[in-house]
Design a protein around this ligand. Sequence first.
Ligand code: ZN
Length: 371
Amino acid sequence: MARELDRSTIKARTSRFVLNIILRLGRYAVLPVVALACVILAVWLMAMDRYTITALVTAPIVFSIVLGASALAIGLLLLPSRKHREFEANVETAPGLWAMWTELDRNFARSRRTLLINTDFNASIGEVSRYAGLFGQHVTMTVGLPMLIVLDEPAVRAVIAHEVAHAELRHTSGCINLADFIAASENVFLYANPEWTITGRILRVLLHSLLEWLEREYRALSRENELHADLSSTERVGRTEAARALVLMEACGTRLADLVYKPLETEMLGAINAPPPPFERIFKQLADIWAPEPIAAAATAGLTREHEPDSTHPPFAKRLANLGYAEIPDIRGISTSAIDQLLARDAAKDIPARFDAEWRKKAQAWVTVGR
Ligand SMILES: [Zn+2]
């Protein structure tokens, strides 16, 4: 019994140790594996003279290991860079958002910042430390334009406070490193195709369980981080505002899907010409999206909505409970859009128009091909 216990503690400790290395080093965590393969190759070459038969028998194994490690190393070096499909917003474009970020972030002066605007109903924050952090951190926050349009200013403030908490609690670097490592490990199959090569096949078996475990750990870690960030954001905006933002994100997300995204998808199916684009629709439907009764219904439905098992976010009900609410709190509704306060007047018109134009171009091509 005691022995069993020991073994499981050791296993748990080793897991934590490996995970910590990956969190620290990101994709460079494959380097120890590559180094180990080099040592194996060196030993094998030295053994060649004295134990020729053994060396020859083990040759396929050693070659597979070395080839696998080289593929890993190549995958690491040629990791495809993340492509930006976002719009970078400077202080002139988004004065209100920058002011909000500066005000909420106590470490603002310490690192360089980039603010991106994309088309998701969401926000996120990421951090890159270049050259092992020697030149400081670079923090990038991405804010979704639909959120700026649909939410009001206090709700956006609470969301930004949540993102700032992620950065302050150092959630950002670890998660990005882990994601990077997973991407680098998967990248290996571009160079050692498991369908065609034996090395690839062996690697797939080895990496499969490692990646599965890592992804599980990654999800567990992200969910834990969400709850910590929610709690920490209450120190900046208060519990009431944090809970209100949670409810509004949930309910408005449902309303947006029902009133804008789902109809758009349906219209696309039978369309000859591209239907009206997303942001034009969002602006037109704002009053309906904000209508109090459906918002309340969507929030209540959110409490029991089936949770996706591989989501990086905890269920809505759990996040509310984390803030001390067993049910949907009474919140004030939305009557103004945050976009006018947070973006410059021109930008508030130009950015949605630009995203719509991009969308129209793609949709038109899609519709034409579909015919
Ligand atoms: Zn978060």
